[in-house]
Write a protein of this length. Structure first.
Lengths: 256, 307, 231
């Protein structure tokens, strides 16, 4: 599995995309720094905190899209190029190949997400943001893992659906996930039965906004809500389990 | 070995889900209760005589995983779950069939998700939550004064009147928007410093806006629109005023006056109403508040006669 | 070494094999020839265990290791030839020290030693085919299945491939070769099977195609099949 993941990283981590994401993240961070901030009247949050919080939010949305781009067609390509059979002959079972690719996708996405934050990290250091090394590290890990979750889900979808459909679903996943609670609130607020049912279904879509809130609370050293962490861990567990089971299922279907 | 790792993985999942269930509050989480209690305890006698937030019960929306969602009612002492009706997921107010005004709320954690667009940090979100509770409690107070019912009734009349079309026209009229923003800025200056010059500047902006309306639109339509906007300002502006005072007291920060520009729909009336309530409070003290909701008076009735 | 017993295989309505019985003995070069769609690649896939939907038995004499080179092998374009071999060896769980030397040996074996550090994307068709064979040799297999190893190669490329197959035979390997190039087959095969359709197939050996060319054998057998089907 390690060899395939290593190769997958090598094939997908091109210098060009690193530079592109570095620039993209830098631009976002700098634009926000120079005042593209959402103003809420009489918001008691310190401006600096509000600004850094917005940075985390935007970067996590962009990295979600990055995860979709990285993962959307990989499994399909693997099957089409007949890479699977040779690998199986050399002893790597097909389900393990799929699992490795999904993990590879999430690692590539996490690396790109890390690149996205380069300028942001510089701002944090220069501005002496209200955090410490531990808080930043914990926030950074949760930020990366939530991107990894998106990549895993998109990879799983690509085991069953063509890349183009997966891309659309992936974008929906990121948008709905990033405004999960607000959308769920609107559905509940609507009061109709259909709205309430949809709101329940939404419980199974990863709430990227809750993960982002966790990231921010870790970063600002104000982590109190254990339930956010539990929900986050459950989604990591659930996603990995789904990838594992889907890999098994698809390997049966493909009879390799 | 492989089998054991599968079992271990399964156990981790079961453990996490169990933890989620165990950590689930039975009715409302203690943090939410704590914040509701804090806001109910605030004393508004010196800001709006007669307004006591602690006399209104709160119904908190409770999300249940495997059963229908319910509401938990809290009257400051006891908590009890209401299962027999569909709860409303909102921060709002309602009146029970027996005439008791009550607050409708979501818990503090859900509230933070809903207010996340402004990127509040945790403690600010908590402060804002308390302030919004106060805002809704003030609507309950308006209801007790007989005003809220009048407001609701009038609003349902306006729904089928020309007000909606006039409002839409104005929302698409850049000249009118400019005049509105000018007036808001003059109000901000007047709120920051009460003097003759700022008063005159405000009155001038107000007149200019009115002149523009009457020159360019049908007089009847504008009369109706102005009554409508004054009523809206009265209901929401006073509640916003109380909310901002609560926020200022809780955070220990001074009130800030700024405008987000012209916003479409009714949200601009919260802002304008807040500025006006603040200014009148400075000029008139507390007396005007006693019968404000019991009469047809508007903010302008006080503002324009003040000097 | 490998025995195929009473094999029946169909794709939808089309019968590919009907009650097929054949055997591959150790140390020989076998050729599978026949028109497109006769089932040559399908038979290879059955032996490799990738085609499981059939009736009958494929019996292996003991624990036999298989190597395989597909017709158009996919190799990661961003790797050099030697890295490709190392990659498959690593997949097999070989240690770094072992695959470093083994990959060199195999590159040498297939005559790619001077191109070992060239990226695969810069390989010619013939070099790719040879790398495919090298890949098939990983793990010292007993039986090597080569699917159209000379397809698309020029004359010299074909000759090099013939030499390579000859070398494998010298090493005592069993080679099962699927090819359309009858001239090529005559040069390297000891024996083989000619598939025309589900009902018509025959075994042949070197002494036979030394008398009658494989092309004539192919035509005559196909004619017979036609005659049979007309009746």
């Amino acid at each position: 599995m390690k060899a395939l993941i290593k190769l997958h990283l090598k094939e997908n981590l091109k210098g060009r995309s690193f530079i592109l994401f570095g620039i993209l993240g830098g631009l976002v961070s700098l634009i926000l720094l120079t005042g593209g901030l959402i103003i809420v009247e009489n918001n008691p949050t310190e401006e600096a905190i509000s600004q850094l919080g917005t940075q985390w939010k935007l970067l996590s949305i962009i990295s979600g899209f990055a995860a979709v781009t990285v993962s959307m067609g990989t499994i399909e390509r693997h099957l089409k190029e007949k890479r699977a059979e040779l690998l199986a002959l050399h002893g790597l079972a097909f389900d393990r190949q799929l699992f490795s690719l999904a993990i590879g996708n999430s690692l590539v996405s996490m690396m790109l997400s890390a690149i996205l934050t380069l300028v942001f990290v510089l701002i944090i250091i220069i501005d002496q943001a209200p955090t410490n090394l531990l808080g930043f590290t914990a926030a950074f890990i949760s930020y990366l893992l939530s991107t990894g979750i998106v990549a895993l889900i998109v990879s799983t979808l690509n085991m069953f659906l063509p890349g183009i459909v997966v891309a659309v679903l992936g974008v929906f996943l990121v948008i709905i996930g990033s405004f999960h609670q607000v959308i769920q609130g609107m559905l509940l607020n609507n009061g109709q039965l259909a709205g309430r049912i949809l709101a329940k279904i939404m419980d199974f879509i990863p709430p990227l906004d809750v993960f982002n809130r966790l990231t921010r609370s870790l970063f600002f050293l104000e982590f109190k809500d254990g339930r956010d962490l539990i929900v986050f861990l459950i989604f990591i567990w659930l996603t990995l389990t789904v990838v594992f089971l889907a890999s098994k299922g698809v390997s049966r279907r493909e009879k390799i | 070995m492989k089998k054991y790792s599968y079992i271990l993985w399964l156990l981790i999942g079961i453990g996490l889900i169990a933890l989620l269930f165990v950590s689930q509050p039975r009715l409302i989480d203690s943090h939410t209760i704590d914040l509701i209690n804090k806001s109910r305890r605030l004393d508004f006698e010196k800001h709006w005589p007669g307004f006591k937030p602690d006399i209104y019960p709160v119904e908190v929306y409770k999300r249940n995983f495997l059963k229908k969602d319910s509401a938990v009612r809290y009257d400051g002492k006891e908590l009890y779950e209401i299962n027999n009706k569909t709860p409303i997921y909102a921060l709002s107010m309602d009146v029970d069939p027996d005439g008791q005004a009550k607050l409708l709320a979501v818990n503090a954690r859900d509230f933070r998700s809903l207010s996340d667009v402004g990127n509040y940090d945790g403690s600010s979100a908590d402060l804002y939550y308390q302030a919004v509770i106060i805002h809704e409690a003030f609507h309950c107070f308006q209801s007790d004064q007989g005003f809220y019912e009048l407001f609701e009734k009038q609003m349902s009349v306006y729904e089928n009147s020309t007000v909606i079309t006039t409002s839409r026209k104005l929302d698409n009229d850049p000249e009118y928007q400019k005049l509105w923003v000018n007036e808001m800025n003059s109000l901000i200056d007047y709120a920051k410093e009460e003097n003759e010059q700022n008063y005159r500047a405000y009155v001038e902006c107000y007149r200019q806006r009115l002149d523009y309306l009457y020159e360019n639109f049908d007089t009847e339509d504008i009369d109706e629109y102005l009554t409508y906007s004054a009523l809206y300002e009265k209901a929401e502006g006073t509640a916003k005023y109380i909310e901002n005072i609560a926020l200022s007291e809780l955070s220990g920060k001074e009130l800030k006056f700024s405008t987000t520009g012209y916003s479409e729909g009714t949200s601009k009336f919260y802002e304008s109403g807040f500025f006006k309530a603040y200014i009148i409070n400075r000029i008139e003290g507390l007396d005007w508040k006693t019968d404000f909701f019991k009469t047809n008076k508007t903010f302008e009735d006080y503002l324009l006669k003040a000097k | 070494m490998i025995k195929i017993k009473n094999l029946n295989k169909r794709f939808g309505d089309k019968v590919i094999f009907q009650n097929l019985n054949l055997e591959f003995e150790a140390g020989k070069v076998f050729a599978l020839i026949g028109p497109n769609g006769a089932g040559k690649t399908t038979l290879m896939r059955m032996i490799l265990g990738w085609e499981k939907d059939y009736e009958g038995e494929i019996v292996f004499n003991g624990d036999i290791r298989l190597g395989y080179s597909p017709e158009t092998p996919y190799f990661p374009e961003i790797l050099t030839g030697r890295q490709v071999l190392s990659y498959f060896m690593e997949v097999r769980g070989m240690k770094k020290a072992a695959y470093e030397t083994e990959s060199l040996r195999l590159m040498d074996e297939v005559g790619l030693d001077i191109k070992k550090d060239t990226l695969v994307k810069n390989y010619s068709k013939g070099m790719r085919q040879r790398l495919g064979v090298a890949q098939a040799l990983i793990g010292n297999p007993d039986v090597i299945l080569l699917d159209e190893p000379s397809a698309g190669l020029d004359f010299f490329g074909q000759q090099e491939m013939q030499g390579l197959i000859g070398k494998l035979k010298e090493q005592g390997k069993t080679v099962i070769l699927n090819s359309h190039l009858l001239y090529d087959v005559e040069k390297v095969a000891d024996c083989g099977y000619l598939f025309i359709n589900a009902h018509t197939f025959r075994h042949f050996n070197k002494s036979e195609f030394e008398k009658e060319s494989l092309a004539d054998m192919f035509i005559n057998t196909a004619k017979g099949a036609k005659y049979e089907s007309l009746n």
